[in-house]
Structures are given as structure tokens and as C-alpha cells.
Write a protein that binds this ligand. Structure first.
Ligand code: NAP
Ligand code: G3P
Length: 485
């Protein structure tokens, strides 16, 4: 067994290249949401330990920044290979820790290996720029600005439970290529999977102290680390509530925030409805709807809705429900609080006159896929992010009405429009207040080198390989002044 955990399944943190236990002696037990089994115990770090890790990160950043980019890239290639070699074992842990079906768990690990390789390549492509003074009125060719990108320093990476490996790596790898050190604070439920990712980086040759980890409940240790003077950049993915809280604490520390969403699928009258129905069901229900980019509402007119519901119903009822080990699409939600919230949203909608098409069944934190028609604007499910397998249909009067309702949301992550008319597609896409519009596809982040961003309450800043490297580096300009020739 490697140093990251002992025979009692007590997991440690990586601090300056060593796997260490917290001096607090406090452990947090991680049980599987799928069957309650013990996954392991993680450390609850103290404020003093946070201070220590930040101090170490700052010292090591100077050394890491000096390592040539191609050497940094070589380490990332190695980490990618190790992840692939370990994909089966890591995905088994991921599957049970966050109750994600085996196929999706495996694909998360493999997608992350691809992400590391692509990030290494993109990092090698980052170049400087020389700007001649003569281009500006009154300037001179004896003056030149040499502009390069330099690291920000120590990046605090905070990842959510739903992609503990991919959304940790998509912060760590670009930060490293940019010459930063990283402190990873993973979601408590998801920490163990994230520690295996960090182990792969360490085994690949990331020097001691370049990646350090802090574990413990965000509600207890989060504010302290976020507000710490030693943090130079915060790269956060999680809920809007916590993201907004962090942005208030961060003072002048720059932030990249990827937060919640309420992605709409707008289905126009000329759309291929069979294709749209299949695509929307995949987008809404994979990993039980626990994705920021899940389709979280359908907006369509009466004439389309009647046909669409007939197509959606059998597809939703055909989804497999049960254990992640059986590759079920719908698995127990991350905790009972999430399932309680899902039930509140369903009950609220039904009590206000919405039509239950299928679902509204629950066993502990397993919520069956639920399709609700005739959802109106006074219902909570019209606006709230369920993060569970619930899909509401809101019937609209027209395309403009669909756009209006889509934009009334506090969120602005993605939206989809289904139509065979490219002019209508652009009419809708141009008017939606979101980071990305998908034409004839479910909302989704990938491929991971595309820009991924949310507007309004869905976030600030842009991620996606090159964009993430740029976000975690800054320009440095050196102006050269030649003597008059
Ligand atoms: P969350 O409750 O906001 O937690 C996210 C992370 O923040 C966790 O690591 C959590 O640690 C930590 N945290 C909590 N309180 C903190 C504090 N005061 N200071 C610093 N860190 C703190 O979100 P989640 O339940 O894990 O994930 C679901 C949410 O994430 C959804 O809203 C979803 O839409 C969003 N999400 C967005 C994207 C995107 O790219 N836009 C992607 C994935 C998920 P603990 O676990 O210890 O509390
Ligand atoms: O919610 C996680 C976010 O990164 C979306 O990824 O691939 O599920 O669209 P994906």
C-alpha cells in the first residue's frame, strides 16, 4: 500500500512530498452514498497546517517556475500515463465514493489523462510577444515591449464532489504549466479520489512541495484558506452560494469561478424531435443530473410539447436505476439532503398544478428520474438548480418567450437550441445570456479545450486548457529602449 493511506484506510495529505496525518488527530469518515460502505477516513486540517502548506508552496514556487516548460510537460505526460495505468483501480474508488456509474467513472479518469496531455502541449505553445513602439503615433522603433507570461504564484484549487478527479486536474495541470504551485482542497465527499490523482502527479515526478493538499470541511477550514494572504489565485468550481461567499472573502485575490447552472433546452417547431428527445434525456439524466451542465429545463411551445413528451416518456422510463456498480444511469444521490431537496421541488411543482409524466419515486437518497410537464413560473423547479434527476417542461408562447424565460434565470452557464433552421438557431443563440450555446446538442462542457464559462450567477472567468493557463498567468512587459542610431 502506498503512503497516501494506511491499512485502516486512513488517508493522509501530501505536504512537501510526504504523506502526513493532521496534528489535530481529527478524521472525517467517508462512506459510499451507494451502499453506506466505508471508503476511508480523511484528515481534518488545522489553520496552522494551512499556514504551513501555504508557506511551503510559496518557497517551492520559485524553484518550480525555473524548471523549463518542456520538463514540466514531460511530468504531465507521465502523470497522464500513470492515470491510464491506474484507471481501473481509481475509477472503482471514484464510483463508490461519489456513486457515479462505473462507465462514467472510468471515462472521467481517461478524459483527465487526455486533459493532462493536451495541457502539456498547450503549455509548450505559450509564447511571448514583441511589440514595436513605432506602431503608435509619436512612437519609435527604438522602443519595444517584450511581453511574456509569468506565474501568479500559489493557486488554491477547490473542486466539487461531482468530478473530483477531472475538476481537480483541470485546475492543477494548467496551473503547473503556468509555473504556479498548487494547493488542492477537494470536496470532502470526493477527497479520496482526488488524493489518488495527486498521487499520480507525485509519482510522475512533480517536485516536492509543488502540489500540496488540504482536506477538511469547507465550512470549517474554507474561509481561512480562501482569505489567506499567501494565496495568489483561487480557482473554484462549486455551487453559486459558496462561490459568491468566496468572492466576498477574497478581497483582491483574483478568482476563476465555475458555479451552478439552469441550462435550458429550447426546442423549435422544425426540430428533429426524436433526436432532440434522445439527446435531452442523455443531457438531463446522466450521473443522475448531478452536473452543472445538465439540461435543467425544456422550453417549447404547446404544439411541440405534446409530441416531445410522448417521445421523452419512454426514454426516461427506460433509464436504468440502481447501483453504480451495475452501470445504472440513475444512482443514489450524493447525500440525503440532496434527495430531500429534490422531493421538495417535485412536491412544490405538483401542488401548484404541474403534470407528473413519470417518476416521483424515492428510496432513501435514490430519486427516480422524474419528468414534469406544464411547469409554470411560480414553481421553484422553474428556477432552482435541482442537481438531481428532475426535468421540467415549461410551455412557452413563442421563440421570443422562450428566450425571455431562459434569460430570466439568475444563471447563465449554457443553453441548447434544437432546430434545423440555421437562421433561427443564430437568432436564439445571439440572444441567450449564457457562456455557451449548443446548437443541436445537449449542454456539456467538452471537448475540454473549448472555452467553458458561466455568466451572471454561473461564474466569472474562462477555463479550458489554454484559457485556464492564461487565467493562471499574467503578462509581464519589459520595455527595451535603444539609443538613437
Ligand atoms: P459546494 O458545496 O459549493 O462545494 C464545492 C467546494 O467548495 C467543496 O470543495 C467544498 O468543500 C468547498 N467549500 C464549501 N464551503 C467553503 C468555504 N466556505 N470556503 C472554501 N471552500 C468551501 O458544491 P458541490 O456540492 O461540491 O458541487 C455542486 C455544485 O457545483 C453545483 O451547484 C454545480 O452546479 C456546481 N458545479 C459547477 C461546475 C461548473 O463548471 N460551472 C462544475 C461542477 C459543479 P466541502 O465538500 O468540504 O464542503
Ligand atoms: O459539472 C461538471 C462540469 O465540468 C461539466 O462537465 O462534461 O459533465 O458537461 P460535463
Amino acid at each position: 500500500m502506498s503512503g497516501l493511506c494506511n491499512e485502516k484506510l486512513i488517508y493522509k495529505n501530501l505536504v512537501n512530498g510526504e504523506w502526513v496525518e493532521s496534528a489535530s488527530g481529527n478524521l472525517i469518515t467517508i462512506n459510499s452514498p451507494a451502499d453506506g460502505s466505508l471508503i476511508g477516513k480523511i484528515q481534518a486540517n488545522t489553520k496552522e497546517e494551512v499556514d504551513n502548506v501555504i508557506a511551503l508552496s510559496k518557497v517551492n514556487q520559485k524553484k518550480w517556475a525555473k524548471i523549463p516548460i518542456y520538463e514540466k510537460a514531460t511530468i504531465l505526460y507521465k502523470a497522464a500515463s500513470l492515470l491510464e495505468e491506474r484507471a481501473e483501480a481509481i475509477s472503482d474508488i471514484l464510483m463508490m465514493e461519489i456513486s457515479k456509474d462505473k462507465k462514467s467513472s472510468l471515462s472521467e479518469v481517461r478524459r483527465t489523462a487526455d486533459f493532462l496531455r493536451f495541457t502539456a502541449d498547450a503549455g509548450k505553445g505559450i509564447e511571448g510577444l514583441a511589440i514595436s513602439g513605432e506602431n503608435f503615433p509619436g512612437g519609435s522603433r527604438n522602443k519595444m515591449s517584450y511581453v511574456k507570461r509569468v506565474p501568479l504564484g500559489t493557486v488554491l484549487a477547490i473542486s466539487p464532489f461531482n468530478y473530483p478527479i477531472n475538476l481537480s486536474a483541470s485546475k492543477i495541470a494548467p496551473a503547473l504549466m503556468g509555473g504556479n504551485t498548487v494547493i488542492l482542497k477537494p470536496a470532502t465527499q470526493g477527497s479520496i479520489s482526488a488524493l489518488y490523482l495527486v498521487e499520480a502527479f507525485q509519482d510522475a515526478g512533480v517536485p516536492n512541495g509543488v502540489i500540496n493538499t488540504v482536506t477538511g470541511k469547507g465550512s470549517e477550514i474554507g474561509d481561512y484558506i480562501v482569505a489567506h494572504d499567501g494565496i495568489d489565485f483561487i480557482n473554484f468550481t462549486g455551487s453559486t452560494e459558496v462561490g459568491q461567499h468566496i468572492s466576498r472573502l477574497a478581497h483582491m485575490t483574483p478568482l476563476l469561478l465555475e458555479l451552478g447552472g439552469k441550462d435550458a433546452a429550447i426546442v423549435l417547431e422544425d426540430a428533429d424531435l426524436e433526436f432532440a428527445a434522445k439527446n435531452i434525456v442523455e443531457g438531463a439524466f446522466s450521473y443522475s443530473g448531478q452536473r452543472c451542465t445538465a439540461v435543467k429545463r425544456i422550453l417549447t411551445t404547446d404544439s411541440v410539447a405534446d409530441k416531445l413528451v410522448k417521445l421523452l416518456k419512454p426514454l426516461v422510463e427506460g433509464l436504468t436505476v440502481g447501483d453504480p456498480r451495475d452501470n445504472s444511469t440513475i444512482t443514489p444521490l450524493i447525500d440525503s439532503k440532496s434527495a430531500d431537496f429534490a422531493q421538495v421541488l417535485i412536491d412544490d411543482a405538483l401542488s401548484k398544478g404541474a403534470t407528473l409524466v413519470t417518476g416521483n419515486k424515492r428510496e432513501a437518497n435514490l430519486v427516480y428520474p422524474t419528468l414534469i410537464d406544464n411547469v409554470t413560473e411560480d414553481m421553484e423547479i422553474a428556477w432552482k438548480e435541482p442537481f438531481s434527476p428532475i426535468l421540467p417542461i415549461i410551455r412557452v408562447r413563442s421563440i421570443d418567450h422562450a428566450i425571455e424565460i431562459a434569460n430570466e434565470s439568475e444563471y447563465g452557464l449554457q443553453s441548447a437550441v434544437f432546430t434545423n433552421d440555421i437562421n433561427q438557431a443564430f437568432y436564439v443563440a445571439d440572444r441567450l445570456e449564457v457562456g455557451t450555446v449548443q446548437i443541436n446538442n445537449k449542454t456539456e462542457r467538452g471537448p475540454d479545450h473549448f472555452p467553458f464559462l458561466g455568466v451572471k450567477a454561473s461564474g466569472m472567468g474562462t477555463q479550458g486548457v489554454r484559457y485556464s493557463i492564461e487565467a493562471m498567468t499574467r503578462h509581464k512587459a519589459i520595455t527595451i529602449n535603444l539609443f538613437e542610431q
